[in-house]
Every structure is written in structure tokens, then in C-alpha cells.
Design a protein around this ligand. Structure first.
Ligand code: SF4
Ligand code: SF4
Length: 386
């Protein structure tokens, strides 16, 4: 199955918020110019011919301002019309204005935002006033009919209050996407907020149980993606699929990186849109070779793992960014992935066995299974109906 073509545009790495665990913002970051957008369009004209999703990411991409988007969106939409582009944005919503919201509605742009749970938990991690400002932007987005989904970063602290956080999302009718706090490569104490693989695994099991308990009431995107991946035996989000060659990020100065997570790290630059590099030229870059080395490492290191087809060693950024590009292991979240894959796979097998027609004939066990709460297969059926 071919992965989708994804271009991430990073108009700036600057951000007005000061989240304590942030690893990517840079207050001295330049802003992307419209000339760079024109170069992106020229570069992508003959680069690839399948449908493209363009996501604006940051830092905080709304710092680029309404005028930037009023020029950039038509340029990208018209200039790349042969790629049938769709757009998305990841923003904390602080700078969303009715004017920008109107524009985003015109281009049917879904919004990913970030909130870490109720105000008192969120603001400890993301800074005083974060919650109110994001919620103000959320109201504007809703008034303009925009679809908003929230990423919730779980840290070593907030994971201890996972019940409160889950209830907050449930009670406020919000879709939840979990993000584990990563080590900050720019901090003197990089692991202060990091979610350990053990806690991450426990959290995923908890969210699986809660998803089933509240089936139809809340969508936990990670759980849907994981169940879909195990059932179809193919990763459906970048973490569990080979992202190399399908995802590219463009930094504010036009530099090309393998993903937004690498933006601002000069050692991971593959080229620049100004020179319109071909795929072959990008393949010749040192970064591409490092990503290929990661893929080869996974093929060898994970070859006996039952989950390799729908895990693919996890996220290469997590694996190679802390070592400056050297491949020394798979994604450190491996134990968390293995744990949730085992759990989901085990439950699917059990549910399928219990609903077997042979047991129907045998009687008592099948009668017992009909009385139980919704299982993973019920969730998978629900996902398939969407
Ligand atoms: S590097 Fe990680 S976050 Fe980036 S596209 Fe690949 S899997 Fe996704
Ligand atoms: S769960 Fe771990 S060992 Fe298995 S494929 Fe994923 S990273 Fe490799």
C-alpha cells in the first residue's frame, strides 16, 4: 500500500507560548516569505504526481499572519491543482482571527490544536493563560464551522492524572490525540517531562479500555490507528509506516527536511526548494542515507518481532535525532508499542475465537461472550463505517 504524500510547511519556528517541554520553538526563527512558497510550487510541479496533503506547522504557524495565508493558499491551491492538494494546520489557536477563520473555512482546512486537559493541568505544563487563549481561538474556529481536534501531550507529571484528563475530553466532547512528551534536545535537563516507555504503554492500555467503555462517545485517535493497524497488518499513520520519501518538511528559509520534527537542525537538511531538487538528488543526501540506514536496521533488528509490519520500528526522528543521525536503535518507545500491539492482537484473537460458529454450536461460552462490554472488534467495525 502506497503511503500518502505529505508536505509540511513551517512558516516559522517562533511561538508566543512557552510550553515547558517544547523541543522545537525558536524565538529567533525567521519567517517564510511568499517567494519561498512560489519556489515550493515550482519544485513540486514535476516532483511527484499523486495527491498531496499540505500541513502548516510550527513553531506557531499563525505568526505568519493573515496576509501570508491570503497569498500562500491560492498560490499552492492553483499552482498544485494537478496534485489535488488538501490543507491542514497545527496551531495553538491564540492568533486565530475571524478573518483567518473565514479563509480557512473557504479552503476547508481542518485544525489540529493542543491542550493538555483541564486548565489547572494544562497551564502548569504550557504556561499561565495558555488554556484561556486556546479556548478563545477554539470558539472562533467553531463559529466558522472549522473542524478542530486536540493533541494532548502527556508528561511524566500529567500521566499520573490521566483519569481527570480523559474525563475532561469526554465531558467536553473533544476528540483526543495523545502525544507522549519527548526529550527536549535543546534543554539542559532533556528528560524532565519525558514520558517513559513503561508509562506510555500503561497509558495506551488505559485509553484502549476507556475507548471501549465509552464506545461512540469519544474518539481516541491513537487507539483507532493502532487497532486499524493491527487488524489490517499495515501502519496507517507515519509512526508505524515507512515515512521516508513520502513526507517532507520545508523550513522558513526553504530548507528541505525529512519531517517537521527535524526543522531547525542543520545536520538534517536534505536540500532547498530554491534549487528544485529532484527525488534522485534528495536520495543522494546524507540525511536520506541515514533514514535508509534506519529502515535497514529495523528490517534486521525487528525481523523476529510479530508486529514489524504495522510498527516498522516506530518514528525515525525519535530514534536518530538524539544521536545526531547515527542509527543506534529503534524508536525508544518500542516497549510501549509492543505492549499495546500485544494487547490489541490478543483481544482480537480472543473475540474472534469466542464468536466462532463452532462455539455457537457448543453453547455456553458464546452465550457468555454476548453479555460482555464492547470489544476491539466493535471499535474496528465502528472505524470501518466512517
Ligand atoms: S519522522 Fe516520525 S513524526 Fe516525522 S513523519 Fe516520520 S514517523 Fe512521522
Ligand atoms: S514493537 Fe519494537 S521490536 Fe517490534 S517492530 Fe516495533 S520497534 Fe521493532
Amino acid at each position: 500500500m502506497k503511503s500518502t504524500f505529505h508536505i509540511m510547511l513551517i512558516p516559522t519556528l517562533g511561538c508566543p507560548a512557552h510550553c515547558k517541554y517544547c523541543w522545537s520553538s525558536d524565538e529567533h526563527s525567521p519567517r517564510m516569505s511568499i517567494e519561498t512558497i512560489e519556489e515550493v510550487v515550482a519544485w513540486l510541479k514535476d516532483f511527484r504526481d499523486d495527491q498531496v496533503t499540505v500541513t502548516f506547522h510550527g513553531g506557531e504557524p499563525l505568526l505568519a499572519g493573515e496576509a501570508f495565508y491570503r497569498e500562500a493558499l491560492p498560490l499552492l491551491s492553483d499552482g498544485l491543482s494537478h496534485l489535488n492538494p488538501t490543507f491542514a494546520i497545527q496551531t495553538n489557536l491564540w492568533l486565530l482571527t475571524p478573518g483567518i477563520a473565514d479563509l480557512f473555512a473557504e479552503y476547508n482546512i481542518p485544525i489540529g490544536s493542543s491542550i493538555d486537559g483541564p486548565k489547572e493541568i494544562c497551564d502548569v505544563q504550557r504556561g499561565e493563560g495558555y488554556y484561556e487563549r486556546t479556548m478563545r481561538g477554539y470558539e472562533i474556529a467553531r463559529e466558522h464551522g472549522l473542524d478542530v481536534r486536540f493533541i494532548c501531550t502527556f508528561t511524566s507529571d500529567s500521566v499520573e492524572r490521566k483519569e481527570e484528563i480523559f474525563d475532561f475530553f469526554l465531558e467536553n466532547n473533544l476528540t483526543l490525540k495523545l502525544h507522549p512528551a519527548l526529550p527536549s534536545l535543546r534543554d539542559s535537563n532533556p528528560d524532565r517531562w519525558t514520558l517513559s516507555p513503561e508509562k506510555y504503554g500503561e497509558l495506551l492500555i488505559y485509553l484502549l479500555d476507556q475507548s471501549l467503555e465509552h464506545l461512540g462517545e469519544i474518539e481516541v485517535m491513537n487507539i483507532n490507528d493502532l487497532c486499524r493497524g493491527v487488524f489490517t497488518r499495515h501502519g496507517t499513520v507515519c509512526t508505524y509506516a515507512d515515512c521516508m520519501g513520502n513526507t517532507f518538511a520545508i523550513g522558513p528559509d526553504g530548507s528541505i527536511y525529512p519531517c517537521y520534527r527535524f526543522v531547525g537542525m542543520p545536520e538534517f537538511v536534505m536540500g532547498n526548494v530554491a534549487t528544485h531538487p529532484s527525488r534522485e538528488e534528495l536520495e543522494a543526501s546524507a540525511v536520506w542515507k541515514q533514514m535508509e540506514a534506519f529502515r535497514a536496521y529495523v528490517d534486521e533488528h525487528c525481523k523476529d518481532c510479530a508486529h514489524i509490519k504495522y510498527c516498522r520500528g516506530g518514528c525515525p526522528y525519535n530514534a536518530i535525532a538524539p544521536t545526531g543521525g547515527e542509527v543506534m536503535g529503534v524508536d525508544p518507545h518500542c516497549p510501549a508499542y509492543a505492549r499495546i500491539f500485544e494487547e490489541i492482537g490478543g483481544r482480537i484473537n480472543k473475540e474472534m475465537f469466542e464468536s466462532s460458529p463452532f462455539l455457537e454450536m457448543g453453547g455456553p461460552r458464546s452465550r457468555r461472550s454476548r453479555a460482555t462490554k464492547p470489544g476491539v472488534m466493535a471499535l474496528i467495525r465502528q472505524i470501518a463505517m466512517r
